[in-house]
Design a protein around this ligand. Structure first.
Ligand SMILES: Cc1ncc(COP(=O)(O)O)c(C=O)c1O
Length: 390
């Protein structure tokens, strides 16, 4: 582990070192992010967009500064960045603002995370793109799934189960050719790959702060500027109206229109520091490191007899691999626990919020290892060695 600058990793758990291979779930935070949150409470501590004293002004400036940083990271304009609670909140906000009904069809792969599945099944009608026996979507099906009732195509840029990078450019082109907007779930790509919303020409994009070295409780919904016009309201309440009388109200312009109530000010400021951190390391450097660890992971897993490795044939991936090991009397969750207790290797075991994927493949859970910039080849080798031993 290259723990320097990540207090949690430097300290270990209960003072014992561990190998953290669960970054797809959430990432530890660098010192600069923790400091930014603490500094807010120690030196500002005020609410945003209201109040006329210096602390309130400083809070608003820091909060809006973070919006500029997030926008710059993905090539957007600040006015296109809506802060939410998490990626899940971004999907739910969009589902509500699109004013969906059961007549509306939303097309997405059967492998999607529940957060890019549940809002569409509750508010509209899901149309699933099938997956193959490695859990990879059959990308070419998209065109045949789009009908006159399709309101949106939604897809994970990188699957949180397979780590495979989706051909999002092609999907956006296909959907747009049919006049359908596209939502990209960048939850797993945002901290591994450069993401440029202008180059992609994507309509909507969502991600969470906590998977990109930022604090919990903050998400982002990017909305291409021209798309706001067709959206209804999201949450309503304080902070999102310009004028409110007994007879009528006037909502503020986006993005504040979609940020009702006191936001997670410290979280947003911490996210701004996380963006600085990512950009200092350099997204191209991070992508290259992720790629190298991914190759090592996949080579090692391919040598394990009897292991089912999801997405094994796909070439484009990040440092995330998911496997099912047929061990008698041990579930994949048990194996994850054993790796933690016997080897100090922390991975995920279970369904990774993708039940439909697992049901379709008849898998009772899987084991997922996901690496990031603080991991090195020795960490991957330790994981592979532990699996070989099992
Ligand atoms: C691909 C993907 N989408 C959405 C989410 C939901 O993120 P959050 O729980 O931060 O809302 C996750 C989190 O695991 C994810 O991996």
């Amino acid at each position: 582990m290259q723990s320097a600058g990540f207090p949690l990793l430097e300290r270990g758990y209960d003072d014992a070192p561990f190998i953290y291979l669960d970054s797809a779930s959430t990432t530890p935070k660098p010192r600069s992010v923790i400091d930014a949150v603490v500094r807010y409470y120690e030196t500002i501590g005020a609410n945003v967009h209201r109040g006329t004293h210096p602390l309130a002004e400083a809070a608003t400036e820091a909060y809006e500064g973070a919006r500029h940083r997030v926008a710059a990271l993905i090539g957007a304009q600040p006015a296109e960045i809506v802060f939410t609670r998490n990626a899940t909140g971004s999907f739910n906000l969009l589902a509500r603002a699109l004013r969906l009904t059961a007549d509306d069809e939303i097309v997405f792969p059967a492998s999607e995370h529940h957060s890019n599945y549940m809002p569409w099944r509750v508010d509209a009608t899901p149309v699933l793109v099938d997956i193959d026996d490695e859990a990879v979507p059959q990308w070419s099906q998209l065109k045949s799934k789009i009908t006159k009732r399709t309101r949106l195509v939604s897809v994970a840029h990188v699957s949180n189960v397979t780590g495979v990078i989706a051909p999002v450019e092609e999907w956006i082109e296909t959907a747009h050719a049919a006049g359908v907007p596209v939502m990209i779930d960048a939850s797993q790509s945002i901290a591994h790959l450069p993401v440029d919303v202008r180059a992609l020409n994507v309509d909507f994009l969502a991600f969470s702060s906590h998977k990109m070295f930022g604090p919990n409780g903050v998400g982002v919904l990017y909305v291409r500027r021209d798309r706001f016009a067709e959206l209804g309201l999201g949450n309503v309440g304080g902070g999102m109206v310009a004028m409110h009388t007994e007879d009528r109200f006037e909502p503020l312009e986006a993005p504040l229109r979609y940020e009702a109530g006191t936001p997670n000010v410290e979280g947003v400021i911490g996210l701004g520091a996380a963006v600085d951190y990512l950009r200092n390391v350099g997204m191209a450097n991070i992508a290259a490191h992720s790629r190298a660890l991914a190759d090592q992971l996949m080579r090692g897993l391919a040598e394990l007899p009897h292991a089912t490795v999801l997405g094994r044939s796909a070439r484009e991936r990040i440092a995330l691999a998911t496997v099912s090991l047929p061990l008698p009397a041990m579930s994949q969750q048990d194996i994850a626990r054993l790796l933690a207790d016997a080897h100090g290797i922390f991975v995920s075991g279970g369904y990774h919020c993708a039940h439909v994927l697992h049901h379709r493949l008849h898998l009772a859970g899987t084991l997922r290892a996901s690496a990031h910039i603080y991991n090195d080849a020795a960490d991957i080798e330790a994981f592979l060695a532990a699996l070989r031993e099992l």
